[in-house]
Structure formats: C-alpha cells, structure tokens
Write a protein that binds this ligand. Structure first.
Ligand code: 3H9
Length: 691
C-alpha cells in the first residue's frame, strides 16, 4: 500500500475517492489502520476531484474489529477510533463502506459511521464483542438499534452471532448487495448517490426505530430472561443489554457515554481479560511446532464410522453437516436402525426449530450409508472407530481395518483414555493411526482431542487438525497417556470429591460449589448422568467404596432414578437423597472418617488444585504442547467457565505460589497425593507462570 501509509491507499477513480485498507490478516483497527483511515479521509474530503468516498479492504475481509492484542494494553496510540468515526460521519461528501468477508465489532461500528453500506452476497455483519467479554465500545450499541430496532439489536450484541447479507439488506443495515466486483460496484453506487443528490444519512440522528420501544422495558427484558441461564456468571451479556436499554431510553450522546463507561469497566475486568486470552488460545492450539502449516494433507472425501451409538451417531453428523458422506457400521441391524433413528430425530428437531429445512434433513440423511459389513470401508479416506472402551475389541477392529482399508487411509479411534500406540501396533501402518477423541454429545461439543501416537505421520496429524476445523470443532493435539489431557485431569478431582463426602460435605454441597464456580455440573451430578456403574463390576464388587455400595443398592444413577441423588420419574433434577446420604455416612463411620464442616473454599481448592497439578505434569511430559491448549480442552470439552480462562490460566491468576502453599497444607493429610509436580514447584518458587 502507498499514498497514505503502509496499510492505506487512496486513489481517485471516476471522480470517487477509493480508500483501501490492506492490513493482513483481518484489517483489524490497529494504530496504523486508524491513522491511515484518519489521514485518508482527511485527504479525500479535501480533494476537489472526489465527489464521494468508498472505503474498501484488501485481502480476505473488511475490518474484523479492534485489534484485540491492543485492547487493555495501556491505551491506543495515534488517532482514536472515535476521531476516525467523527470524521466519516460528519464528512460533507457521501462515505460508502464496501464490505466483503466479515464486518465485525469495531469494523461494523466504523461502517455504521459511513453514510451508506454495500456488501457482497457472502458478507457477514456482526458485533461479537460479547464473546470477548466486552461490548461494542465505539457506538455500536447506540447506532445498531437505530437501524435494526432494539429487539434485533439486543440479539446481535447479546449473542454476538453475525447476520448474512440478504438479511442485512432486508433490515436496512446495507443498501445494496453487489454481485460483481465490489470496488467497481461501490464506486457505481457512490456515483449514483452523487447524481441523485441523496442525503448524507447519519445513523445517530434517526430515532424512528428506537422511539416506539420507549417505556416498554419488556421488549429487552424478554431477551434478558430468555438467556439468563446460558449467561449465568457472565458480566458482558448483561452490560450489552443495558446499553441497548440506554439506546432506547436516552438521547444518543448520553447513550454513547453510558456505553463508554460500561465498555471501560468490562475492558479492565478479569472476565474480558480471560476471554480475550481464550480467543488467542483457541487459535494457538492449531499451531504445532513440528507440523508446519504447509505440511501436506490427505484429501478426506469419504469417512467411515464404526459404531452407531451416541458417539458414532454424533460423529457421523459432524461430517455429513459439511457434506462429507459417511458409511456407518454396526454389528446388528437393530443397533444400526436405532442409531440412524437418533440421528434423524436430532435433525428433525433442528428442522422444527427452523434451523434446517426438511430438504436439508433428507439431504444429510442421504449422505449416510448404513452397513453391517466392515468390508464396505474399503474406499473411505478415514475411519473413526467409536465402539465401547475395550482394548481387545479395538485391537480386533484395527486388525481388520488394516486388511480392509486402502493404503493411506487414516485409521482413527475415538477412545477417551486407551493407549493409541497399542492400537496402532496391531496394524502394519502405525503411521496412519491416530486418536480423535470427541466429547459427548459429539454433534454439539466443540472439542476434539487429536491424539498423536509415537509413529503417527505428520500429514495424518495435519489432516486431522484441519478436518477438525472444517467440521466446526476446536481440535487440540495431545500425546498418549491414560485419559489424554482432559480426562486425565478429572481423576484427581474425583479422588478428592469422593474424600470430601466422607469427611462431612454432601454430594450436593460439592456439586453446588463447582456449579457456583461456573462449571455446568459437579462430579456427583455428572456421575449420576453418566451412570454410577460405568466401570463398576458386580462380580467383583465388595462394598469397598461408596460407589460400590450405591451400585450394590441398585442406585446406578439417573437411569435407575437413584444414584448420589434421587430423581422423580421423567425428571432429571437431582434431589438430595436420605438413602444415599446414609450410605455415605455409614461408610465414613466404618472407615473412621471424623465428620466436620468443610468450607466452600476448601471444597473448591481440593477439587480444582489436583487438576492444576495434573495439568503441570501433562505439560512437563509434553502431552500438551502449551498450557493454553489445556485451557482450550477444559473450556470447550468440559464447560469450564470461559470467563475464568481455563484451569491453567486460572492458576496463573491465583498465583502459583499460593496454589502450592495451599497444597502443602492439604499434604499434611495425604503427602503422596498433594506432592506438587516438578514444574509447578519450580514455577511457584520462581514466581513464574504456566506458558
Ligand atoms: C472490538 O472491535 C471492540 C470495539 O467494539 C471497541 C473499540 C474501541 N485483532 O480467526 P482466524 C487474528 S473487539 C487481532 O484464524 P478465520 C487471529 O488471531 C473485536 N487479531 O481466521 C489469527 O492470527 P494468527 C471484535 C485478530 O478466517 C488471524 O487473525 N471483533 C483479530 O477463521 C486469523 O484469524 C472480533 O471479535 C482481531 N480483531 O476468522 C472478531 N481477528 O493467524 C474476531 C483475528 O496469528 N475475529 N485476528 O493465529 C474473528 O472472529 C475471526 O478471526 C474472523 C476470521 C471471523 C475475522
């Protein structure tokens, strides 16, 4: 780029000033971009040869927002975004934003200060700041409702999902969809504005969409109530909602002031810091030091899934959702039919909610080929085995796959804990074997742990990481160990949770503390949901643990309406159970556990600090590449509250020395369990952080 600065160009074409930004990767509003915009606008306005200004971006997208790396880093340098916006909005010549890719956050807020907006058919428009624990702080909450009305605006800022071009045209967010060359189309549009002497539309001046909502708080309050459960613990959604209320009730300038105050509060707070960290953590996870970006990949055009259970069905959906056909294998027709019926029901439910058309349901179902014969997997590019966790069975399946699948096909297992190397060893092509550990429900949960065996080829890893992204998941690379990253960290938490209920805490108390912390549920509710008897053996059970005794008493979890809690028929709400509590108290008495009142703080620390310690071991052993990968696993696989940034980030924010000091106190009772990992002890002593 030239003319203005390194990232900004200005030229006059056909009597129209074309201001082009080119600041890869996403034209974020960094200091040079703001400077370029400011100076470029100044020159364009002063240039007598230009009757109007078109703002367009080079590369993959229009401005995708403020530069997130700059947010919270001690104040922006150079021209402020407000300076740029004021200059555009008060320009005496029409300013047109020409949009392709994504106009997000500060990018859309900039476009909202242009007098007109046009876009290509694939363009997306959104204010996703809420996902970063923020709100649109450059007038977005005040201008957007003045175009789309408060009801739609509160959805857009409260959820943060973008809107497509068709819809944007319909609601007046853009004036035209440009089908051919965007810049040419925008120039033609600008010339038309000039020729027709169309007014300079300043969004801020038009109250017609917000005025009818004044004195009707229910319009926005309905949104607040509908999303209260999902937004539990988060600050930003409520602040976004309050800004839309301000847009309705206050004059523009006052609303803007309110927006600024709330924005600054969020920006300074811990939640947004954690959510911005997660934004980059998620993208970091895609980077594998010894598997460079240009590693060749295996084209995956057809997939095989073995097992049509909950997992197999969910995994299948991920692929057909993006148009990749799947052959799904079962051993019995009944199981196959049942599995496919569940997949169909999931799609039908989406159709009922208006998320899919009936045609689309049929199209997706049509991409699934059911089969009872593994020999039908001869032509697939990738197989994912999703049968139950039994090493012998998996070895048998992979032995067969080795003879059936074409050379080069990826042989993946969905195991959640077993040794990938042992599975790979039964094949003559261990380089093609990999773990792809999906989380339940596999069609919903975003995480996939991609587990690299000792011999897994780099191109197999590169393919699985890219494929994960393609099916809208967040893949994280893990090494082989029992439980990989996520499940391995659960084991220690479970040990302490089981002990806590013997020392006097109730299952509900433990679960409540973790729920209040922001997790979706605690270990006992989770156990009831999964089945208390998972891994329990009635033949060998001898009442050696509370779990044994619950199972022996027929309390197997939700499926028997009784586990650590009681359940009413057809109702999954856990109710404290006198029977379970008696089993726990009797067991504790027998084993000589003194009873005491365990504090919430102790419950939290004893459940979560073992996770941190295990995370440190996982890092030390190279099972995870970086601490932020562990955080991504926990946020996207287990619902760790993103506003706390994942367990390793949380530990850093507490101070590792403080964590170790508490572990030393707990160690008085159980020195072996609470021994800090070498890395944790070292970092705590140095005043360091997990990286
Ligand atoms: C805001 O605007 C606040 C204002 O209201 C108030 C101001 C006063 N900044 O995601 P990708 C990087 S808040 C810095 O892999 P895709 C990203 O890290 C902002 N960097 O690509 C990655 O780097 P690397 C509101 C950014 O095609 C590379 O670009 N806006 C930013 O899958 C490619 O990203 C948002 O929240 C940024 N704003 O998706 C939008 N955005 O290659 C955030 C991206 O080194 N961005 N990077 O790993 C996105 O949602 C997606 O990046 C986007 C592209 C959809 C744009």
């Amino acid at each position: 780029m030239a003319a203005i600065n390194d990232v900004t160009d200005l030229e006059i074409r056909d009597g129209i000033a074309v201001l082009t930004l080119d600041s890869p990767p996403v034209n974020a509003l960094s200091a040079p971009v703001r400077d370029g915009l400011y100076k470029g606008m100044q020159q364009a306005i002063a240039d007598d040869n230009a009757a109007a200004v078109v703002l367009v971006c080079a590369g993959r997208t229009f401005i995708a927002g403020a530069d997130i790396t700059e947010l919270g880093s001690g104040g922006p340098q150079g021209a402020s975004l407000t300076d740029v916006q004021d200059m555009m909005e008060s320009s005496p010549k029409p300013v047109v934003a020409a949009i392709h890719g994504t106009a997000l956050g500060g990018g859309l807020e900039t476009a909202l200060c242009c007098h007109y907006r046009v876009g290509v058919p694939t363009a997306l428009f959104g204010l996703p700041e809420v996902k970063l624990g923020l709100l649109p702080g450059a007038g977005g909450t005040q201008r957007l409702p003045r175009i789309v009305g408060p009801e739609m605006a509160v959805e857009m800022v409260g959820i943060g999902e973008p809107m497509g071009a068709e819809k944007a045209l319909e609601v007046g967010l853009i004036s035209e969809i440009i089908k051919g060359d965007l810049t040419e189309g925008a120039i033609a549009f600008a010339k038309k504005l000039v020729a027709e002497n169309r007014p300079l539309v300043r969004v801020r001046d038009d109250d017609s969409k917000v005025a009818p909502a004044r004195g009707k708080p229910e319009i926005i309050d309905n949104f607040r109530k509908a999303h209260a459960r999902k937004n539990r613990g988060f600050l930003a959604p409520e602040y976004n909602i309050q800004c839309i209320e301000a847009a309705v009730e206050l004059p523009f300038e006052e609303g803007l002031k309110r927006e600024g105050e709330l924005f600054r509060e969020l920006l300074k707070g811990p939640q947004s810091a954690a959510q911005r960290y997660m934004f980059f953590a998620e993208r970091q996870a895609a980077k594998i030091p010894d598997v460079p970006k240009d590693t060749s990949q295996i084209p995956v055009r057809k997939v095989g899934v073995i097992g049509a259970g909950t997992m197999g069905g969910g995994i299948t959906m991920n692929f057909v959702n993006v148009g990749i056909p799947v052959t799904i294998i079962e051993t019995a027709q009944e199981a196959l039919d049942r599995g496919l019926a569940v997949v169909r029901r999931n799609y039908e439910n989406s159709a009922k909610k208006g998320k899919l058309t009936q045609d689309e349901v049929e199209r997706r179902m049509g991409l699934i080929t059911p089969s009872l014969d593994m020999a039908d997997l001869g032509d697939v590019d990738m197989v994912i085995e999703a049968v139950f966790e039994n090493m012998d069975l998996k070895r048998e399946i992979f032995t067969k796959l080795d003879t059936i699948c074409k050379q080069g096909a990826i042989l993946a297992t969905n195991t959640s804990a077993l040794d990938i190397n042992e599975i790979a060893a039964v094949t003559k092509r261990p380089e093609s074997v990999i773990g792809t550990h999906f989380f339940s429900p596999a069609n919903v949960m975003k995480l996939v742990e991609v587990v690299r065996g000792d011999k897994t080829a780099k191109e197999v890893i590169a393919t699985c990481m890219a494929l994960g992204k393609k099916i809208d998941k967040i893949p994280v690379l893990a090494g082989v160990c029992h439980g990989f990253i996520g499940n391995r960290m659960l084991f220690g938490r479970r040990v302490q949770a089981d002990k806590l209920i013997l020392e006097g805490a109730t299952p509900k108390r433990v679960d409540d503390v973790l729920y209040e912390f922001g997790l979706p549920m605690g270990p006992f509710a989770m156990s009831d949901l999964a089945g208390v008897d998972v891994g329990w053996n009635p033949k060998t059970s001898q009442g050696g643990s509370v779990r044994d005794r619950l199972c022996e008493a027929g309390r197997r979890g939700q499926k028997t309406n009784a586990g650590y809690y009681d359940y009413k028929e057809g109702d999954r709400t856990p109710v404290e159970s006198d029977v379970a509590l008696k089993i726990i108290r009797d067991f504790a008495a027998e084993k000589g556990y003194p009873q005491r009142d365990v504090s919430d703080q102790e419950i939290l620390e004893r459940c979560l600090f073992p996770m941190i310690n295990e995370g440190a071991k996982i890092l030390e052993e190279g099972i995870a590449i970086r601490a932020s990968d562990i955080d991504v696993v926990w946020v996207y696989g287990y619902g760790w509250p993103v506003y706390r940034g994942g367990p390793m980030y949380w530990a850093n924010s507490l101070g590792l020395d403080k964590v170790v000091a508490r572990m030393e106190e707990f160690a008085k009772d159980d020195p072996e369990f609470w021994k800090p990992a070498g890395l944790l002890a070292k970092l705590a002593a140095e005043g360091g952080k997990f990286q």
